[in-house]
Write a protein that binds this ligand. Structure first.
Ligand code: SF4
Length: 348
């Protein structure tokens, strides 16, 4: 098995009771079979906190896990040790994408430490590579498309980190790249395609010539129709921020240009090769762009102070809150990919 890990993956360390958030509240934590068997073997009062029918932990009225103590530490971890955590709790915020014989691992920015680590990276993101002896075979897996996506992802990252292109220009070029990738995926024999030559052969001008801010507002409206949100406070903040008149770009915070590129790279590294299952790379490129544009708009609207530290903290909070709404709900991710971005950045 080949493992590809985002370069700062092994630096992650849970903040535990020092965390400003907790990942043990606000969403249903499903328990895997093996852990459930261990809990059943212990029995007694432990089972009072578990919904055996739904195979998940009960939550209190505030949505806190039944085993989350007042000091925000986990009762199961404290009493039984780390080996008794269920897969979901043990893995979070590590995100795994599965492909035949390969795993791609990233750290979700829904976790405050995950986003902090991402924005602390001063250089372009990359995957480290290791392998072990394990092998596997997926009955239906398009290896040719997957290889094409892996190769073209390198080109997308080159584009994202090209400092000769301003962030504003990058948006159009990224969309143009997505359109080219989609047309190759739809029409060409991908075994014959050389990823490194794609942009040279065709112009990177996108069919989209509209207003990016309008797309953010339109996309958010569609999300409200198709997605379910866990935090009404986030929805209210987004509604108010997007209804407010647009603020001028701040020139005092040049490093933020790089942060938005890091966020774009994060979404591309986390999800782009997933198009091996949908054959729709354009949707993933649009989704990455829309996510970052939405985060950027919310950040700009709420920026009250141009001190870099505070502005960065605001960006971390907004990115993390948005990710908590999106990345841990397959329904929301699918709705965004299938229903929302299909309507965005269209020609004319
Ligand atoms: S959100 Fe992240 S840092 Fe906070 S408790 Fe969960 S894993 Fe730890």
């Amino acid at each position: 098995m080949e493992y590809y890990k985002i370069n700062y993956y092994d630096q992650f360390k849970c903040l535990a009771d020092k965390c400003p958030e907790t990942c043990c509240a606000g969403w249903q934590i499903v328990i895997d079979e093996e852990s459930l068997d261990k809990y059943k073997a212990i029995g007694g009062s432990l089972l009072e906190g578990i919904d055996l029918e739904q195979e998940c932990f009960y939550q209190d009225r505030e949505g806190r896990c039944a085993f989350l103590r007042k000091d925000n530490l986990c009762e199961i971890y404290k009493e039984c040790g780390a080996s008794y955590l269920c897969d979901t709790c043990r893995m979070y915020p590590r995100h795994v994408e599965e492909f035949e014989g390969e795993r791609e691992l990233t750290i979700s920015i829904s976790c405050p430490e995950g986003i902090r680590l991402l924005l602390a990276q001063e250089k372009p993101l990359f995957f480290t590579h290791t392998r072990d002896e394990e092998t596997e075979f997926f009955e239906e897996f398009d290896t040719v498309l997957y290889r094409f996506l892996k190769e073209t992802r390198k080109e997308l990252l080159r584009l994202i980190y090209d400092s000769e292109i301003s962030y504003s220009e990058l948006r159009g070029q990224l969309l143009g790249a997505g359109e080219i990738l989609q047309s190759y995926t739809d029409e060409e024999d991908l075994e014959e395609v050389e990823a490194a030559n794609l942009w040279q052969k065709r112009s990177l001008t996108s069919d989209f010539a509209g207003d990016y801010r309008r797309e953010v507002r339109g996309g958010w409206k569609l999300m409200k129709v198709h997605c379910e949100f866990r935090d009404p406070g986030f929805v209210q903040m987004a509604d108010q921020s997007l209804a407010a008149p647009e603020r001028k770009e701040t020139k005092k915070l040049p490093e933020f240009d790089f942060y938005f590129r890091q966020l774009l790279a994060y979404f591309i590294l986390s999800y782009y090769t997933g198009a091996a299952y949908s054959a729709n790379p354009l949707a993933i490129v649009k989704m990455a762009l829309f996510n970052v544009e939405l985060i950027r708009s919310l950040w700009q609207a709420n920026l009250e102070c141009e001190q870099p530290e505070e502005a960065r903290e605001l960006l971390e909070n907004i990115s993390s809150s948005y990710s908590r709404e999106l990345e841990h709900s397959w329904e929301n991710m699918n709705a965004l990919e299938d229903l929302v971005v299909e309507e965005l950045y269209l020609k004319g």
